[in-house]
Design a protein around this ligand. Structure first.
Ligand SMILES: O=C(O)CCC(=O)C(=O)O
Ligand SMILES: [Fe+2]
Length: 926
């Protein structure tokens, strides 16, 4: 029915959307371990690389060495192994099959003998990612196994059986390699083997201690960050800073280092080391380290992170402290509160001496019944200005700025960051204590703190101290000096951060107590203080913003006639005393029959009453419900006029209008696009995936997170630019969501996104999965998506109709290597009369869950927004401004789907994002 240019489509959701956990069979299939052949291919490459280096090149042709263990046919015998890799049709393939069978039998036997150690056949894959041949079903009649060739060259000879050597020239000769210059051999014929003198030729079996999967992962890591001799030596001496490894490289190595358990297994191996797989051989020196290599790297990472975090967290904590102080010391604030108290008492007919600041944001909702554009705050501003204009500007300077700052740096989020770091530092300390039991005993424990030590006639105190000094030196200093230094400075940095956090908390608690913030006054525990202070400063911020707004609308001289008149006329001012809060009270005062007929907040009296009844008297809830209704009311009213009776067609609620069938969105009682026709008594229906997305969308659920600056977002969206929400998620959430996404990737739930193409170039190279918001897992990812949903419930911005939340969000990974998404809009203008827009997406939200990286431009992966680009422009040539947003963890971005042309620049790190597209029936039509 509708014809679209396919190149315009982007971020398509497959029509058969599926939720993460609803397809276990598929997961089972896809999460099977990598086949043995695949991992063996990698192991073979590792071997081919020789000592230390991860990957080698063939010495004669320069090709990447691979599958060095393949058995050549006699014709190949003097040629380089890799030169033959291209095809696998040689006789070697058959030989390999029979070998595979033989070695599998050996492996089974061995496994019975030593259950902890896996003994597997040597490599049999072709390498370079080709799938391995299928395992043989029957024993092949092909020639029997030959020993693995240790070098890249060999002599193709037929060895004589010992009984055939009698009376021959060979009688009495011993053919061991003891007297051979192995170095020359290695230099001239390829160093792929590292035989030591006296070592027998390579064995047909090799011992694998680590699982195939683990070995494969390690090899992949070592390929990117070679486990060189230098690195091993640095790990042993803990002189890692010398190597100048990047944080990325350290993280990569950290995951690839043997764990304590793996180290134990490696050390428990009592067999011939030469029989070990090359990887295990390389890891042995690391397994001996205590604390283990992984802990050493972790400590170094922690040290770096702490240094960075100290810089990053110390400044905001200091700013917060200053902001709290400024607020409590502000005379202007006290002055405003005094006037408010008077105003409130006059309106309420009360004689209160103080009030809870919780009511502050509601003042802007208390609208004048005489002049609907004015609210109680206008009165306050007018009153202040009339008395002393400087008090208004004083308030803005002394309160608005620090309140905004305090609200934008939630103490809880900062505390969480500090807490995570402190936990890591503790872990590191514990690990050091285990490795060096005397590690954190103070020096004084051994040497005394100046008091005389017990002594006898023969032993002087000096002697005792000397002996103890030696003990201290020997025991406590077992830990290498650099390790101790790192540990010590890590603890010191953590302690400093904790002290700053404690100061900020004290000041926050003092500020709440000072302002008689009743919820805060009860807060005695840290998490409570954190939560309450965030709430409190958010309230202040809302209030100061509304205040600022009133100042602006009242004119710079603060002499808005209307506002002044209102203030001058106490009776009008009293009328202003409208609002839901008061209506509830008045109902109590005036009896159940009383209706707030004279009150007007822009809602109909009857609606107010029923909203209050429904919310069981909870004013906030009632107000939110009324606001929601107000947004959808005009549209709903309009729809009612068009109503002619609903039809249900193939499960979709539709409405017939003439010969057209129009989708009816039951969730919001609105009409959507034309989805079918009624002609000559027959009916056609076409509901594509975009229409489905709209049909299943629902009104965003509340409550809006307290740290969402809805007004700021509204403003940015109205200006058609992205709104950046820093600290949308805290470090723990980012780490957990990241873990979940890694798991989705590992289980192959994330799959290559629909390859919509722009011309010949592929438009995107990310992998995606759709997550149903109502699902339970992956829990943290879904929680974050639902948080965006709740925030959007508080937006006033709309792109022509109510914003509806889709049923599915999207998880995406750009797996490094320059993966990207070319410039596009999430909803493109088609210009087709029948459907002006490709879909119904109206507002895009993206959450980044990358716990590390993307700090520097080198990592790439920025979301580039071409602002002001014309609708027809798909490259950004007409943009007036380019804004790059790096996908730092915890950050969320909102932008209008229809107007903001954007792209994901090539990413050189693995980059995870969660997206949600809010839809609107109008966004597809107007
Ligand atoms: O991940 C991002 O930053 C944006 C991705 C995007 O543009 C999309 O999926 O449509
Ligand atoms: Fe996009």
């Amino acid at each position: 029915m509708q014809v679209f240019d396919a190149s315009l489509l982007n971020s398509r959701r497959p029509s058969q959307t599926r939720s993460y956990f609803s397809v276990p069979e598929k997961l089972k299939l896809e999460s099977r371990p990598a086949s043995r052949g695949q991992s063996r291919g990698l192991a073979a490459r590792w071997r081919a690389a020789g000592a230390g280096a991860a990957f080698g090149r063939c010495p004669c042709c320069g090709a990447e060495a691979s599958a060095s263990t393949r058995v050549p046919s006699s014709a190949e015998s003097a040629t380089c192994a890799s030169a033959n890799d291209a095809g696998d049709t040689s006789a070697g393939a058959g030989v390999r099959r029979s070998l595979a069978k033989e070695f599998e039998e050996v492996s089974e036997k061995k496994e019975e003998e030593a259950p902890k150690v896996e003994v597997k056949a040597p490599a049999k894959g072709k390498g370079k990612g080709s799938p391995p041949p299928p395992p043989p079903r029957e024993r092949s009649k092909a020639p029997s196994a030959r020993p693995r060739r240790p070098y890249a060259r060999w002599i193709e000879w037929r060895a004589l059986a010992p009984e055939k050597l009698q009376h021959t020239v060979f009688e009495g000769l011993t053919g061991g390699p003891d007297f051979v210059d192995l170095n020359s051999l290695a230099a001239h014929f390829g160093a792929s083997a590292r035989l030591t003198p006296g070592q027998p030729p390579a064995q047909a079996q090799e011992v694998e201690i680590l699982s195939q999967r683990r070995a494969q992962n390690m090899l992949i890591a070592f390929r990117r960050q070679p486990l060189s001799r230098e690195l091993v030596a640095a790990l042993e001496s803990f002189d890692l800073e010398h190597l100048q490894l990047s944080t990325d490289a350290l993280e990569l190595l950290c995951g690839a280092m043997p764990t304590a358990e793996e180290s134990k297994q490696l050390l428990a191996y009592r067999g011939d080391i030469c029989k070990l797989r090359r990887l295990e051989q390389e890891l042995l020196p690391l397994a001996k380290l205590s604390p283990c290599a992984r802990q050493r790297l972790k400590l170094l990472l922690l040290h770096r992170r702490l240094r960075e975090a100290k810089e990053e967290l110390a400044a905001p904590l200091a700013d917060l402290l200053a902001a709290y102080r400024q607020l409590t010391q502000s005379r202007a604030f006290r002055h405003v509160l005094l006037h408010l108290l008077r105003l409130g008492n006059a309106l309420n007919g009360d004689i209160a001496s103080g009030f809870s600041l919780e009511c502050l944001p509601r003042l802007a909702l208390c609208k004048s019944t005489a002049a609907p554009k004015l609210c109680l705050l206008h009165l306050l501003v007018a009153q202040l200005a009339a008395e002393d204009p400087a008090s208004v500007s004083g308030f803005l300077a002394e309160v608005a700025q620090p309140a905004k700052l305090a609200a934008s740096l939630p103490l809880g989020a900062l505390a969480q960051e500090v807490g995570l770091l402190a936990q890591e530092a503790l872990g590191a300390k514990q690990c050091l204590r285990e490795a060096f039991p005397a590690f954190d005993l103070p020096k004084e424990f051994f040497i005394g703190d100046g008091e005389e030590s017990p002594c006898t006639e023969h032993v002087t105190p000096g002697d005792v101290r000397q002996v103890l000094r030696e003990v201290y030196t020997r025991v406590a200093k077992q830990a290498p000096l650099p390790l101790r230094r790192l540990a010590e400075s890590a603890f010191q940095d953590t302690a400093e951060l904790q002290a700053r956090l404690a100061d900020a908390r004290d000041e926050a608690a003092a500020a709440m107590a000072f302002f008689a913030y009743e919820n805060g006054a009860a807060a005695s525990q840290n998490p409570l203080i954190d939560a309450k202070s965030t709430e409190f400063f958010q309230i202040l911020k809302c209030f100061t913003e509304a205040f600022e707004q009133c100042v602006r609308t009242s004119g710079s001289s603060h002499e808005s006639c209307e506002a002044q008149d209102l203030w001058k006329s106490p009776s009008l001012a009293r009328q202003c005393h409208g609002g839901i809060a008061q209506s509830a009270e008045m109902e109590q005062e005036n009896g159940p029959g009383w209706r707030p007929a004279e009150l007007d907040l822009g809602f109909r009296t009857q609606d107010v009453a029923s909203a209050l009844a429904e919310a069981q008297g909870d004013e906030d809830e009632a107000l939110a419900a009324l606001k929601r209704k107000m947004v959808s009311q005009p549209a709903a009213e309009e729809e009612k006029k068009r109503r002619k009776g609903d039809l249900e067609v193939e499960g979709y609620s539709c409405r017939a209008q003439g010969s057209k069938l129009i989708l009816h969105l039951p969730q919001v009682d609105m009409l959507g696009p034309v989805v079918g026709e009624l002609r000559n008594g027959s009916l056609s229906l076409e509901v594509d995936e975009w229409v489905q997305e709209l049909y299943h969308a629902s009104v965003p659920r509340e409550p809006c997170p307290v740290h969402f600056d809805a007004a700021g977002a509204d403003k940015a969206l109205a200006e058609q630019r992205p709104w950046l929400w820093e600290n949308f998620a805290n470090a723990r959430e980012v780490a957990e969501a990241h873990g979940e996404m890694e798991e989705l990737l590992r289980q192959k739930v994330l799959t290559t996104a629909n390859s919509d193409t722009t011309g010949t170039q592929k438009a995107r190279s990310d992998k995606v999965a759709f997550l149903e918001l109502a699902d339970e897992k992956p829990a943290v990812c879904l929680e974050l998506l639902r948080r965006v949903e709740a925030a959007v419930s508080a937006l006033s911005w709309s792109d022509g109709g109510p914003l509806l939340c889709p049923k599915f969000g999207m998880a995406a990974v750009y797996d490094g290597g320059g993966s990207y998404y070319a410039a596009h809009r999430d909803n493109e203008h088609t210009g087709h009369a029948e459907r002006q827009w490709v879909n119904f997406r109206s507002l895009t939200a993206v959450i980044y869950v990358n716990p590390s990286g993307f700090e520097s431009a080198e990592d790439g992966g920025q979301l580039r927004c071409h602002l002001g680009a014309e609708l027809k422009d798909l490259t950004g040539a007409t943009a007036s401004k380019v804004q790059d947003i790096s996908p730092r963890g915890g950050r969320a971005v909102l932008f209008p789907s229809r107007s903001v042309l954007h792209e994901v620049l090539p990413s050189f790190r693995r980059r995870f994002a969660l997206s949600l597209w809010f839809v609107s029936p109008r966004a597809g039509q107007d």
